[in-house]
Design a protein around this ligand. Structure first.
Ligand SMILES: [Zn+2]
Length: 359
């Protein structure tokens, strides 16, 4: 009996134990001893983990000789047949690469649905509309090509964007910097930095003229500075004198200082961060978690519309370079363990304890 390899079995099993209906569209599970397969939310008695197998679709379970449960009726809901959605995702990824343009009507014809149903069911299963999915595919393609192709304009057209100005609008908000800066690894961008010391240890705070681009904890100045230089290899780094000429930067640093001291809930500080569309989405969500509260990696994954992507969420947390302002310390394991932290679990524990003690 074979199962689909790309399912994260640990996450699936947690969903089955919790009878989590959010996963009903994502997979079914079969029990080899009874020969029956169910939706994750099925109310019937739970089988032993070792007898359970996971399948992406009811068809997959049936192909393995299992029959649908009479209680939760996993085959009745046509929306659980995800094959056409996977086909559509593949089609959109191809378009993202080729730059071909199909209308919603064209897409609907290809998968045999009416356009309205297609958009609704696609969004329910994937978390974004087909158009948003296509845009993120195009951005991924663009990010891959922009480092390889010399001319930005070539990359713009290769990724299927009609005009470069429209791309700049979109990409700027995703990358946090212009495409040419991105290609150059921060090329020519001026980055000012300074130091904050407190109960939490030493902080290196760095910013472009657009916002804070790096806030990192560390033990000593030398290694922190080296990290910053590695991150932005072609940027011009300069230590801020924090005098009048640097008024904006100084205001940001003071704002960050206040955040650290008082735990201001929504610091209104501009950030200049780079990341994939997925990471940016995760980081934005993290900023909405109130001070003193935590979420599990799985909860964050579900909140950004990709319930099976808990591991990718952990990756996004590890890739966060703006400590505290993108509060990745508020994401912990579902069992209450702290999980990892880019700047050490002691600091994570300290930050969480501080936040809880203020409530
Ligand atoms: Zn069932």
């Amino acid at each position: 009996m074979s199962t689909v390899e790309d399912l994260d079995e640990r996450v699936c099993w947690e969903a089955v134990v919790d009878r989590d209906a959010r996963f009903d569209q994502q997979f079914v599970f079969g029990v080899v001893t009874t020969g029956v397969f169910c939706k994750p939310s099925c109310r019937s008695r739970r089988a032993l983990r070792r007898n359970v197998r996971f399948f992406r679709t009811p068809k997959g379970a049936e192909a393995s000789g299992l029959r649908p449960c009479l209680r939760c009726r996993p085959t009745d809901d046509s929306a659980t047949d995800l094959q056409w959605i996977r086909d559509l995702c593949e089609l959109l990824r191809e378009q993202g690469r080729s730059g071909e343009r199909l209308t919603l009507g064209d897409l609907a014809k290809r998968v045999g649905k009416n356009p309205k149903t297609l958009r609704k069911q696609f969004q329910a299963a994937v978390g974004v509309t087909p158009r948003q999915y296509l845009e993120s595919c195009r951005l991924e393609t663009f990010r891959e090509e922009v480092r390889a192709i010399d001319s930005i304009t070539d990359a713009v057209y290769a990724a299927g964007f009609g005009s470069s100005s429209r791309l700049y609008e979109r990409v700027d908000s995703f990358l946090g910097m212009t495409p040419s800066d991105y290609r150059d690894g921060g090329g020519g961008v001026e980055i000012s930095y300074t130091w904050i010391e407190g109960d939490f240890g030493l902080l290196l705070v760095a910013a472009t003229d657009r916002g804070l681009c790096s806030v990192e904890f560390g033990e000593d100045r030398e290694s922190l500075l080296q990290k910053l230089a590695d991150e932005f290899p072609t940027a011009v780094l300069s230590e801020s004198s924090m005098k009048a000429g640097d008024a904006q930067f100084r205001a940001w640093v003071e704002g960050l200082g206040r955040t650290l001291r008082d735990g201001e809930v929504h610091p209104d500080l501009p950030l200049d961060v780079r990341g994939s569309a997925f990471r940016i989405k995760v980081w934005r969500y993290l900023q909405s978690i109130p001070r003193g509260e935590t979420r599990s990696y799985g909860e964050v994954a579900a909140a950004v519309g990709q319930p099976l992507a808990a591991r990718a969420v952990a990756g996004a947390c590890a890739g966060n370079r703006v400590a505290v302002l993108i509060p990745c310390h508020r994401v912990i394991r579902a069992n209450g363990d702290l999980g990892g932290y880019r700047w050490g679990t002691d600091r994570k524990e300290y930050l969480l304890a501080e936040e809880r003690s203020r409530d």
